[in-house]
Design a protein around this ligand. Structure first.
Ligand SMILES: *[C@@H]1O[C@H](CO)[C@@H](O)[C@H](O)[C@H]1NC(C)=O
Ligand SMILES: *[C@@H]1O[C@H](CO)[C@@H](O)[C@H](O)[C@H]1NC(C)=O
Ligand SMILES: *[C@@H]1O[C@H](CO)[C@@H](O)[C@H](O)[C@H]1NC(C)=O
Length: 271
């Protein structure tokens, strides 16, 4: 019994000391971040006074306010910050929400962003000047919300985005993205993809309808045309000899429509 209590006390002591260690990591995180960004209005410089508890800092939210606790969210929106994506975030090991929106950040979103902010569920980088491609690593995060609209991002939306099963909100509007929108993302509103010259596919227009930038991705290959033509002929022959199948079998109707649609689109492609 006494041994058990002793063990419990040791356990509490050890876990509280690891808590302090964690907070030191948070301080390292914020100090590194503060040094790595350009802060023309001096907001971080004046409000982040490291002889006080970090939970009172501008933009820092903790699990329990007014305590020197692990913090969970960093909201640095609209502070006029500049420079590259902030450094030091890998020390913020309990960070689940990061908002850098409405600043003047530039340069790429780091390729190793997953290693820097592993446990994020909310990431808002919107209204900055981030450029380059969307790193595929973002797909390995457990994000619920990803806002990267109004930047200068280019390239395609990685197909692996379909693997972020928990994604409930995605906005990539007003960038320079191109190519086909991964089908899994078609559930999001068209306005969340608008303002990207080369982006196409649902929920936006079909690739090739009006969007010349996308023509490359819709080029119908020869095998497809031959296959469709063969399907067209077979469909006709079957329909000719077994018309009752088409008239009476409800179950076949979807296939019939599909054959006619494929034949029709292949025909249109050939012309
Ligand atoms: C930081 O906080 C300490 C303790 O509260 C205070 O003495 C000091 O003046 C503050 N420094 C700045 C730059 O505000
Ligand atoms: C953003 O940063 C660029 C230089 O990197 C500067 O020329 C521009 O004025 C800044 N814009 C704002 C709104 O601070
Ligand atoms: C991420 O990559 C940059 C270089 O591109 C490097 O300086 C940084 O240490 C890396 N961060 C982590 C957590 O791996």
């Amino acid at each position: 019994m006494v041994g058990g209590i002793k063990f419990l006390l040791w356990f509490l002591l050890l876990s509280s000391s690891s808590f302090c260690f964690g907070s030191e990591l948070d301080v390292t995180c914020l100090k590194t971040l503060q040094k790595s960004v350009i802060d023309p209005r001096g907001i971080l410089k004046s409000s982040w006074n490291f002889s006080r508890f970090i939970c009172g800092f501008t933009g820092v939210e903790c699990w329990q306010p007014d305590e020197d606790d692990r913090f969970l969210s960093l909201s640095l929106s609209n502070l006029g910050l500049q420079g590259q994506f902030p450094q030091g975030l890998e020390y913020c090991t309990s960070l689940v929400s990061l908002d850098l929106s409405n600043n003047n950040f530039s340069g790429p979103i780091p390729l190793n962003i997953t290693r820097q902010v592993t446990y994020l569920t909310f990431l808002d980088l919107s209204y900055n000047r981030f450029s380059g491609e969307i790193p595929i690593g973002i797909c390995n995060m457990d994000l619920n919300v990803l806002n990267i609209q109004h930047n200068q991002l280019s390239g395609q939306i990685p197909r692996q985005f379909g693997e972020i099963l928990r994604l409930t909100s995605l906005n990539v509007a007003d960038n320079q993205l191109s190519g086909l929108i991964p089908s899994f993302l078609s559930k999001f509103p068209a306005s969340n993809f608008a303002g990207n010259q080369g982006l196409c596919g649902p929920p936006l227009d079909d690739c090739g309808n009006a969007n010349k930038a996308c023509l490359g991705s819709r080029r119908i290959n020869d095998e497809f045309i031959i296959g469709s033509a063969a399907g067209f002929v077979v469909g006709f022959v079957v329909a000719f000899y077994f018309p009752h199948m088409f008239i009476f079998s409800q179950r076949l109707h979807p296939y019939v429509y599909r054959i006619f649609f494929i034949s029709w689109s292949a025909g249109a492609g050939l012309l």
